[in-house]
Write a protein that binds this ligand. Structure first.
Ligand SMILES: C[S@@+](CC[C@H](N)C(=O)[O-])C[C@H]1O[C@@H](n2cnc3c(N)ncnc32)[C@H](O)[C@@H]1O
Ligand SMILES: [Zn+2]
Length: 147
């Protein structure tokens, strides 16, 4: 049985950690949630729900349920996991070798809307500074040189 634990994270609040080593490609756990429509997604996001996973332009998954252990996974700009869809199931999959004790992370893929409200504390050397999908990184203003 695959083992993970919830504990304090250096990224944000609580995080999810590997108890055992994972090889790349390992399906670690599913992201469980209620399937909701795009208008319902917008309503719940506006109400402050941070557990919504965007599926496509019509649907999203609301992972704000105790059954969803993956809800503790924080965002990283250099994540060790990816989210893969297999039929109706979203899987958290290792994208590189993961050591016991390592915090699990994936790229949340947020768009540019309100990106300044979501500063990133992932600590990666390649961190773009915000919780933001990589395709938007070139649009960010370059940091000002110290004068
Ligand atoms: C799905 S929850 C992740 C679990 C959360 N840390 C907790 O304690 O419940 C998503 C929220 O965690 C925080 N978070 C996740 N990744 C982050 C990051 N890289 N930098 C800053 N905050 C982050 C943000 O507040 C985000 O809205
Ligand atoms: Zn980051």
């Amino acid at each position: 049985m695959i083992q993970v634990w919830v504990g304090p994270s250096q990224i944000a609040g609580q995080g999810l950690f590997a108890v055992q080593a994972f090889a790349p490609g390992t399906r670690i756990l599913p992201y469980i949630g209620e399937k909701i429509t795009a208008p319902e997604r917008a309503r719940r996001l506006a109400a402050g729900n941070t557990y919504i996973f965007h599926l496509n332009y019509r649907y999203a998954l609301d992972g704000q349920t105790l059954a969803n252990t993956a809800r503790y996974i924080n965002h990283s700009c250099d994540p060790n996991c990816v989210v893969e869809q297999d039929a109706a199931i979203l899987w958290i999959v290792a994208r590189r070798p993961i050591r016991p004790g390592e915090e699990l992370s994936f790229q949340y893929g947020y768009d540019l809307q309100h990106y300044r409200d979501n500063p990133c504390h992932c600590g990666a050397s390649t961190c773009c500074g915000y919780i933001l999908a990589p395709q938007y990184w070139p649009l960010l203003a370059p940091p000002r040189a110290a004068s």
